[in-house]
Design a protein around this ligand. Structure first.
Ligand SMILES: *Cc1c(COP(=O)(O)O)cnc(C)c1O
Length: 407
């Protein structure tokens, strides 16, 4: 099946529901009972694939994970309680005290804080370099590097690194490429084709659709050879390229206790069915808005990878195709101008989050990055005259009118 919506919608449940339910019921149960002690033992040993406790696995969440596999082509998927849980579970699985992570300081705010503040206290070093310069990346990798980590379009700088080049470089040094692909939906983004080994996604964003719930996904493409990893090498002897998911599911996820709830999986399964339609529609609307914003004299700069004069246009087209997502940024004179503009908006909501059905706008410097210490704020380099807009499903003409009147 070629179409991503057909793939998702055609996905059947592992076992037919007792009542033939066409949408996956919410199995809101902490535990599952067994007819015999022997069957119960098999479940706990992972021999039967039966669910026994919803911190470990759950039928509703499993169905969602299977749908994500169909949509993304990933070999293994784990659904967790937030995008941040996805990122922290990945690093808990592949990092160790003494390891380092090679990345850029241009990261989503909490990811920056997780790597630079939280993991540092566990002896994991983060090395910031310029992801747009492969030589600089190469200089920062050594024998203790456990990952090269990148956001496929950085939020909110909207920079695009060459993933194939990064992947070749990382693999030549026996390091996996881990990518946060939250901002582009499948199949516009095909991680495997671009050499990404592990993918993390905040399913709070595009997948949940109507911003109904917080969730995260870890996708294992099983493309990386873990045999030389200090923490996965032993598992890889028996399980080869499945070593990452084996440790993630068998140890880390259940110990961290951030598995997705069945209620969230239910809501996000509904969102997933319309993901492709919404992503394409909102991407087209965002390009139209970006072009419109460029015509307005009070707007200093418009940043969107779908604009032909954007420095990342060619690379972004090559990696993601025609649809470049629903996030753009633009700048006004200063913070005061941004605040005055925000306060005059009537349709576009002043709210954080991305890729809701509603258009959302935020001043990142005073909010998402507002609590960072000044020296850290300087490192992430988010200008205080910049606004980030996430384009929803409203008519584009109505959005244009709201922006025009607020300016
Ligand atoms: C929102 C976001 C996250 C964090 O996801 P949560 O679901 O809010 O925990 C991580 N990375 C990117 C790029 C995001 O936009």
């Amino acid at each position: 099946m070629s179409d991503i919506s057909s793939k998702i919608i055609n996905q059947r449940f592992r076992r037919k529901d007792t009542h033939g339910s066409i949408s996956m019921p919410i199995y809101s149960s902490a535990a599952f009972e067994f007819d015999t002690a022997e069957i119960m033992e098999d479940a706990f040993l992972g021999k039967s694939g039966e669910h026994y406790y919803s911190r470990v696995s759950n039928p509703t969440v499993e169905a969602f994970e299977e749908h994500i596999k169909a949509a993304s082509g990933a070999a293994d998927v784990l659904a967790v309680s937030s995008g941040m849980a996805a990122i922290s579970n990945v690093f808990m699985t592949i990092a160790h005290s003494g390891a380092n992570i090679v990345t850029t300081s241009h990261l989503f705010g909490n990811t920056f804080s997780l790597l630079y503040v939280t993991l540092k206290n566990f002896g994991v070093e983060v090395r910031f370099c310029d992801m747009l310069d492969p030589d600089d990346v190469a200089r920062h990798i050594d024998e203790n590097t456990c990952a090269v980590f990148v956001e496929i379009i950085t939020n909110p700088h909207l920079e695009v690194a060459d993933l194939k080049a990064l992947s070749a470089l990382a693999h030549s040094k026996n390091v996996p490429l881990v990518a946060d692909s939250t901002v582009i939906a499948w199949d516009s983004f095909n991680a495997k084709r671009l050499g990404v080994d592990l993918e993390v996604v905040s399913s709070t964003k595009y997948i949940s659709g109507g911003a109904t719930s917080i969730g995260g996904l870890i996708l294992d493409h099983q493309t990386f050879d873990w045999s030389k990893s200090p923490v996965l090498g032993t598992i890889a002897k028996g399980l080869g390229k499945k070593a990452f998911s084996a440790r993630l599911k068998g140890e880390i996820s259940r110990n961290m206790g951030a598995y997705m709830s069945p209620q969230t999986a239910y809501m996000q399964s509904l969102g997933l069915e319309t993901l492709d339609l919404r992503f394409k529609h909102c991407s087209e609307a965002t390009l139209q808005l970006a072009e419109y914003l460029k015509t307005l004299p009070r707007i200093r700069e418009v940043n969107y990878t779908g604009l032909p004069d954007n420095p990342f246009y060619a690379l972004a087209r090559e990696q993601f195709g025609k649809y470049q997502g629903a996030m753009l940024t633009f700048s006004l004179d200063d913070q005061a101008a941004c605040f005055a503009f925000l306060n005059r908006l009537k349709l576009i909501r002043r709210a954080t989050n991305l890729f809701d059905n509603k258009s959302l706008i935020i001043h990142p410097s005073s909010t998402i990055y507002g609590t960072l210490r000044p020296e850290l704020k300087a490192m992430v380099n988010v200008p205080n005259n910049m606004l980030r807009l996430s384009v929803g499903l409203e008519n584009v003409e109505d959005l244009k009118e709201d922006i025009r009147q607020a300016l």
